[in-house]
Design a protein around this ligand. Structure first.
Ligand SMILES: [Zn+2]
Length: 443
């Protein structure tokens, strides 16, 4: 092990104790450096855990790999004695969600990660060769999205139990892993929600931190997304003899793709991306069918409503006719999925305040930001206070470089970020718990 990188460097500019809010602190005399030192003692187990789960292929459609990953994770958390639930995902070919629940009557906190990755077994086999923790960047499938986040949850739980054992025991902890997050499975949040009789103090999602080399990030909102399909029916004829009688569905769809692209509006944070297109089967036929699938990402629901209306209006745009009378194309637009926007809280995220204060206390630059990418936070945020991006720093999620002869997975996690991010998470969660109890006492 490269001890220089083991979990991160020790910051020097810290005050002796941490508290977000003025008033009666219950027992907060924790020195932030204690958490750093403690994380370093946990690091050999943490990095061994990370290596093992990265080496298990848990591609979202490789159900047995997803289950194997769940088993290894469950083993890592065994000492907490939480009750384990494995619940099949509603999507065919997915694995089972894993939920660990401490139970109890106390206030609850949800910690969220996922079991699946985007790398099929063949890609992992070709694109990932060797585990290397001698450098700060550990490269490998799912290191950043989201197996490093799973390790960060374990570090946080161990730290909370170590430094605030009674407070820790007084809360109900639900740690839950989605089996099919990469397929935007929406049954998961419903299943977790059903386990709770009252809203939790917080839903904390451990997707990775995007800051590159210095500073840290948390996420307080995410774009909404919708997926549409545009199908064009034309008239198939011989491309030579019958050309003038044919209606070319590809031609019409090409026009529509340009119309769709023109709806992108960066100023209003709305983007449209036609990502899949199919049509026709040979060059000697006028194609009678073509189809495109596209996604819309947005932050402004009013603008999204306008875009949605414009897309649905394309249904009437079957104006392409055969040169010789008798046929005209038909356009059908179908909404395939809508994933809710996680909007910015007015006046700023209440939860983020705990992390921003903890970051400042730890002498770290911590930024609260909005992301266009989606996560389970999009679903949870509609019913509970949610914060995301609590995993370690890293980059290149889902990324592979392919040449005709090579495949290389480039996703990485910055191992020097684990200890400091855990320091921030631990201090913020302790203060969050104490504040929740204080609010109760004063009510
Ligand atoms: Zn993820």
């Amino acid at each position: 092990m490269n001890t220089q990188n083991a979990g991160g460097d020790i910051p020097s500019n810290q005050k002796p104790a941490f508290s977000v809010t003025a008033g009666t602190s219950l027992s907060n005399n924790l020195n932030g450096l204690d958490v750093i030192y403690y994380t370093k003692t946990l690091w050999p187990r943490a990095v061994a855990f990370l290596k093992e789960i990265v080496e298990i292929n848990s591609y979202t459609l490789h159900a047995n790999g997803v289950r194997e990953n769940a088993k290894r994770i469950s083993h890592q958390f065994a000492s907490f004695g939480f009750q384990e639930h494995t619940i099949p995902s509603s999507l065919a070919d997915s694995g089972d969600h894993l939920i660990l629940d401490s139970g109890g009557e106390g206030k609850s906190i949800l910690l969220i990660s996922h079991l699946d990755t985007v790398y099929p077994p063949s890609e992992q086999l070709l694109g990932y060769s060797v585990w290397d923790e001698t450098k700060s960047r550990i490269v490998g499938p799912g290191t950043y999205d989201i197996k490093g986040g799973t390790v960060a949850i374990w570090l946080l739980m161990e730290s909370l139990r170590q430094f605030e054992p009674e407070l820790f025991a007084s809360f109900r902890w639900i740690v839950a892993w989605n089996a099919a997050e990469e397929r935007l499975n929406k049954d998961f949040s419903g299943i977790v929600n059903e386990m709770l009789s009252t809203p939790p103090v917080a839903c904390l999602v451990f997707e990775g931190d995007n800051q590159r080399s210095e500073g840290f990030e948390i996420i307080t909102s995410r774009s909404g997304m919708a997926i549409y399909q545009i199908s064009v029916r034309g008239r198939s004829t011989h491309s030579g003899n019958g050309h003038a009688h044919g209606v070319n569905a590809i031609l019409k769809l090409s026009e529509l793709v340009c119309d769709v692209a023109s709806l992108t509006n960066y100023t209003r944070n709305t983007t449209l991306n036609v990502g899949v297109i199919t049509g026709g089967d040979s060059t000697n036929r006028v194609p009678d069918f073509a189809e495109a699938r596209l996604e819309v990402r947005y932050r402004d629901p009013t603008h999204y409503a306008e875009v949605k209306a414009a897309l649905m209006a394309l249904c009437d745009a079957g104006d392409l006719e055969a040169l010789l009378p008798g046929s005209r194309c038909e356009v059908v637009v179908k909404l395939l999925a809508e994933i809710p926007l996680w909007p910015e809280e007015e006046g700023g995220s209440e939860l983020a305040k705990f992390w921003l204060a903890a970051g400042e206390f730890c002498g770290q630059k911590l930024t609260a930001s909005c992301r266009s990418g989606l996560s389970d936070a999009n679903y949870f945020a509609s019913t509970m206070r949610t914060l995301d991006g609590l995993g370690p720093r890293g980059g290149n999620p889902h990324s592979v470089i392919k040449t005709p002869t090579t495949v290389k997975i480039t996703e990485f996690v910055d191992q020097s970020s684990f200890a400091v991010k855990n320091q921030i998470n631990t201090l913020a969660v302790i203060e969050l718990m104490k504040t929740a109890l204080r609010v109760d006492k004063n009510a």
